[in-house]
Design a protein around this ligand. Structure first.
Ligand code: IPM
Ligand code: MG
Length: 369
């Protein structure tokens, strides 16, 4: 019997409620596939900080170190609540970035996926969505401005100043580009390279390395696009994209825009892969405004489970089943009120009911061989 250890970092805001639904799915997957899953919950985020003064406590690190994969919920507080925590201990700087750095999860995959049947979630016109949106953003996750040197102080004129540096070396760029080319090979063999080489030297180096790496993937057609133009085309013509690759900050911004064209960040799961360890998380924040109301859609959290099964446990078929079970719940006419407005033509259900319906659908699907 295969057995896996999974660290569960539910986090803050809606994190715990959507994590509960992910656990329902994991229990079913365990049973259907004859696996043994050891689920190891651990404190993470602002909630951990308020418990013990550390958003990423040592006990959590120890659990993550042992885990075969890490499933993370959401972290963060409202702007006002954040002020109760010193800047460097806030969950983003104190937990999430250290998690990414600790396991060198440099490759972040963010699918922006909306089948035609769910086109009504999108703010884009049906003629723009056509047969549906299906692209993946590959974001470098442990370099660039996020992890470069930072300096704050008072300059010679007595003014407060800040200096943050965007740093990459060629090995970092090369490894993420290989990931993107490999993904392109498994998909449509078209790779959009998103950069800003008309201004940034980091993009000039990025593109030089890209030309070198591309030689190893002669079948992949590379299309170059400046990041600002990419933002426009994501709205005007998103179906031209299949795999897009970019550095950390560009990826942060464009992937939220990806959520925007789907209609909600709630539809954005993600995988963060390193060579040794991977973690999986919704691409969105902790939505403190709707936390505890049982209305947040767990799609991004359950989708992250699907990505975990595929990438960490070699179970692509079961992953596919989970995706179609979730889409089936929507096409049956159900939705949660964070995604759909009152009065729209859907039956509104809660977070927990959405999870139950996914369980019901999945349990009726043929088990993977
Ligand atoms: C994301 C988030 C994080 C990021 C925040 C929470 C630090 O926005 O995963 O996209 O900026 O990377
Ligand atoms: Mg972001």
């Amino acid at each position: 019997m295969k057995s896996y250890k999974i660290a569960l970092l539910a986090g803050d805001g809606i994190g715990p409620e959507i994590m509960k639904e992910a656990v329902k799915i994991l229990k079913l997957v365990e049973e259907r596939n004859g696996l043994q899953l050891e689920l190891m919950p651990a404190a993470f985020g602002a909630s951990a900080y308020f418990e013990c003064g550390d958003a990423f406590p040592d006990a959590t690190k120890a659990i993550c170190d042992q885990a075969d994969a890490i499933l993370k919920g959401t972290i963060g507080l409202s702007h006002e609540e954040s002020k109760k925590i010193p800047v460097d201990k806030q969950p983003e700087r104190g937990a999430l970035l250290p998690l990414r750095r600790r396991y060198n999860t440099y490759a972040n995959f963010r699918p922006v996926f909306l089948p035609k049947a769910l086109a009504h979630f999108s703010p884009l016109k049906p003629e723009i969505i056509g047969e549906g949106i299906d692209l993946i953003m590959v974001r470098e996750l442990v370099g660039g401005l996020y992890f470069g040197n930072k300096e704050v102080g008072i300059n010679d004129q007595g003014l407060r100043y800040v200096k943050e540096t965007l740093e990459y070396d060629e090995a970092q760029i090369r490894q993420i580009l290989h990931q993107a080319f490999k993904l392109a090979m498994r998909r449509k063999k078209v790779l959009h390279n998103i950069h800003k080489s008309n201004v940034l030297k980091s993009s000039v180096l990025w593109n030089e390395i890209l030309d070198e790496v591309a030689v190893e993937y002669p079948e992949v057609e590379v299309r170059h696009l400046l990041v600002d133009a990419a933002a426009t085309y994501l709205c005007l013509n998103p179906t031209q994209f299949d795999v897009m690759v970019m550095e950390n900050m560009f990826g942060d911004i464009l992937s939220d825009q990806g959520g925007g064209i789907l209609g909600s960040l709630g539809l954005m799961p993600s995988a963060c892969l390193g060579d040794e360890k991977a973690y999986y998380e919704p691409s969105h924040g902790s939505a403190p405004d709707i936390a505890g109301k049982n209305i947040a859609n767990p799609y991004s959290m359950i989708g992250s489970v699907a990505m975990m099964l595929e990438n960490s446990f070699g179970m692509p078929e079961e992953a596919k089943n989970i995706w179609s079970a979730m889409q089936g719940v929507f096409t049956d006419g159900y939705s949660t009120s964070d995604l759909s407005k009152p009065g729209s033509d859907v039956t509104m259900i809660s977070t927990a009911e959405f999870g139950d319906k996914v369980v019901e659908k999945l349990s009726k699907m043929p088990k993977p061989k």
